[in-house]
Design a binder for this molecule. Sequence first.
Ligand SMILES: Nc1ncnc2c1ncn2[C@@H]1O[C@H](COP(=O)(O)OP(=O)(O)OP(=O)(O)O)[C@@H](O)[C@H]1O
Length: 255
Amino acid sequence: MTLRATDVYHAYDDETVFEEVSLSVSPGEVVAIIGPSGVGKSTLLRLLALFDAPDDGSIEYDGTDVWAVGDRERLEYRRRIGMVFQEASLFDASVVRNAEYGLRVRQSWTDRIRHELASLVGAENGTIEVVDALDAVGLADKADQDASSLSGGEAQRVAFARALAYEPDVLLLDEPTSDLDPRNTAVLEEAIGNARDRGIGVAIATHDMHQAERVADRVAVLLENEVIEVGPTETVFEEPTDDRTQQFIDGELIY
Ligand SMILES: Nc1ncnc2c1ncn2[C@@H]1O[C@H](COP(=O)(O)OP(=O)(O)OP(=O)(O)O)[C@@H](O)[C@H]1O
């Protein structure tokens, strides 16, 4: 399932964020979106997540213009996309309840009843998908712990597991490790690689160029209202075609 933004124009009031930005995320690849603060990385992810409609251009899901179809159909596409924000927002319940939340809201009533029945007969630690997802972020042993007792890094790992649990086609990550220590960052980066290996398409907005080098197959550089360069990670970092990319990588571009 390829998610594709084509020639997207977007503005907040009279402040233009993008002019003709195009970017795709395909199954089994990690695309890093890098660029200075305020350039529009989060805005691009919100558009790809179908939270907001672009002012012009299109967002396509496997060739379907998702803003040209009805609300119900768009909701179905929306449900195939997982998003993780910079700060985890967990509610006051156990880790497993938090991790299964996305799965629950996406389930049909029949599925929900099935799972409620499963919990009545003692399968309290959630469905296999949720246990797998918690395992992928190294938190299966904390499934029954209260989420409020977790560290910030662990909370973010639960937020990632929540998105993984409903097996999205595409995972959109907005600076998911910017507040985390190296260990939690390493756990999440490994989970990103595993998601990619399972065929999920991942887009990650990051300030951290080393992280982009570590996790991404392709890198898109956002600058001055456009994607100035997109290509294989090695090419973008070793032999960029745009001088501004080199300046940005070298830390010489101040905005
Ligand atoms: N809801 C909003 N209303 C008005 N302006 C907004 C809104 N959201 C973002 N902006 C503006 O749009 C521009 C792009 O913001 P965005 O958050 O997408 O950038 P970013 O690259 O993700 O930044 P950062 O790296 O600091 O998170 C900024 O100038 C920001 O102030």
